[in-house]
Design a binder for this molecule. Structure first.
Ligand SMILES: [Zn+2]
Ligand SMILES: [Zn+2]
Length: 145
């Protein structure tokens, strides 16, 4: 198996995407991040982290990773934790795991914690701190079951 990175032009996004794709990595847009499609999460976008992930988790041989470090560095992606949350109503991300959560229908606040939602409802909307009064009426529970 030879690396596509060695022959691909890093100024050509399609070639880059294809080369990453062969390693099971997805270059996400518009939020810039590298997603491992097998693990369904965004990798830390440093060359070392991506290389190490491929090697330690997926045993991708060094030959296939040739040129990868340079390609990752050329992307200059920010740390995924600094990225904005995905817009609501956006289609389900094909490569990310879906988390269960709750959405406030009044102000669109969202969280994966009912504890936090409970605090949100009482503080922001003066709803009683009683789940029954706001779940379903004012909060969408996204259970994805
Ligand atoms: Zn992975
Ligand atoms: Zn709210």
């Amino acid at each position: 198996m030879s690396s596509d990175f060695s022959i691909c032009n890093s100024n050509n996004p399609e070639q880059l995407e294809e080369a990453f794709g062969k390693l099971g990595l997805f270059l996400n847009r518009p939020e810039p991040c590298i997603i491992c499609t097998a693990c369904q999460y965004a990798l830390h976008p440093s060359a070392e982290a991506v290389s190490k992930h491929l090697w330690s988790v997926h045993e991708t041989p060094p030959a296939a990773r040739k040129g990868l470090n340079r390609a990752v560095k050329s992307l200059r992606f920010p740390n995924p934790s600094t990225l904005p949350v995905r817009h609501d109503g956006s289609t389900l991300h094909p490569h990310l795991a879906v988390l269960n959560g709750a959405v406030c229908k009044i102000c669109d606040f969202r969280t994966t914690s009912l504890e936090l939602m409970s605090r949100h409802m009482s503080k922001k909307h003066r709803r009683k701190n009683d789940r029954k009064t706001w779940v379903s009426d004012e909060v969408d529970l996204d259970t994805n079951t």
